[in-house]
Ligand binder design. Structure first.
Ligand code: G
Ligand code: G
Ligand code: MN
Ligand code: NA
Length: 254
């Protein structure tokens, strides 16, 4: 089990890396962006998944520091791909503690200023609907401050939280990500299929875009498109990959 101290040292030694998982429009084939997913490149243990270290720092200021690094690195990577002729929007996951910090929007503005080549619209922030987002009015204000900078928001794992409808009404998020557990089982489980249809219906009613996560097979895609969900992410399209592999993947995807 990793400790706070190990993670502190790993941050200082720059042992964290971002992998990127493509998000596509299944109907047009367009690559709409990638989701950045953090991993720890451990000198002995190899690639350590976030489940092994994010819970350790969840309620600790280190999670804010790592979150800052993730946003910085994502902006750096957008710039690097741009230099290679690849225009690639990136979404990053933002934890509740990180988001609710009073200086989040100011810090984000500084980070965007430090990357003048990066269109702020290329950065999307994924937030999870959870009870950890305590004061919804405060979070909505903070999100509007970030939207004013040009960035977009997505609600991650949509459908798994406690108050989906209130969140949807009050939070300025353009995109709903249908949680992968519903998508994965929708072919066998009528309840999961009903949830998937429900989220798509909600997205339409509230004029939000919707993306299915956990699209593992062609059958998933063939069911989703006629339901009105053309955007998808999942192992059936691509697994998360190092930044260096994305240009080649994008070429062969066309
Ligand atoms: O990539 P993987 O399936 O192992 O990710 C597991 C979980 O870790 C997912 O829920 C994902 O949202 C979360 N996660 C991955 N990268 C980050 C990150 O940079 N910040 C936060 N807060 N969560 C992340
Ligand atoms: O909670 P969040 O959506 O950020 O988590 C994304 C995580 O889900 C990533 O860690 C990624 O590795 C994983 N993931 C992405 N696509 C699939 C998929 O098709 N099947 C499964 N089982 N996991 C996936
Ligand atoms: Mn996510
Ligand atoms: Na998710």
């Amino acid at each position: 089990r990793e400790t706070l101290e190990h993670i502190r040292i790993a941050l200082d030694k720059k042992e964290f890396v971002l992998f990127y998982q493509p998000k596509v429009n299944m109907r047009t084939g367009e690559i709409i962006g990638v989701e950045a997913l953090v991993r720890w490149q451990h000198p002995q243990q190899g690639l350590v998944p976030p489940a092994k270290f994010l819970p350790v720092i969840e309620d600790h200021p280190l999670s804010i520091e790592l979150g800052d690094w993730v946003i910085d690195e994502a902006l750096n990577q957008i710039e690097r791909w741009q230099a290679q002729g690849l225009k690639m929007p990136v979404s990053v996951n933002v934890g509740a503690l990180q988001l609710q910090r009073s200086d989040f929007a100011a810090r984000l503005a500084d980070q965007l200023l430090a990357h003048p080549q990066v269109p702020p619209t290329f950065l999307e922030l994924e937030i999870v609907e959870t009870s950890a987002l305590k004061d919804i009015a405060e979070v909505a204000d903070l999100m509007r401050a970030c939207c004013a900078l040009g960035v977009h928001f997505a609600v991650d794992d949509f459908g798994t939280g406690y108050s989906s409808l209130t969140y949807l009404k009050r939070l300025p998020a353009d995109l709903l990500k249908i949680d992968q557990t519903f998508v994965r089982d929708m072919l066998e489980d009528p309840d999961d299929l009903a949830i998937v249809k429900g989220v798509i219906g909600l997205a339409n009613a509230f004029h939000r875009r919707v993306i299915a996560e956990g699209v593992e097979t062609i059958a998933h895609g063939e069911l989703l498109i006629p339901l009105g969900c053309e955007l998808a992410q999942g192992y059936g399209i691509a697994r998360p990959m190092p930044a260096s592999e994305l240009p080649q993947w994008a070429l062969q995807w066309q």
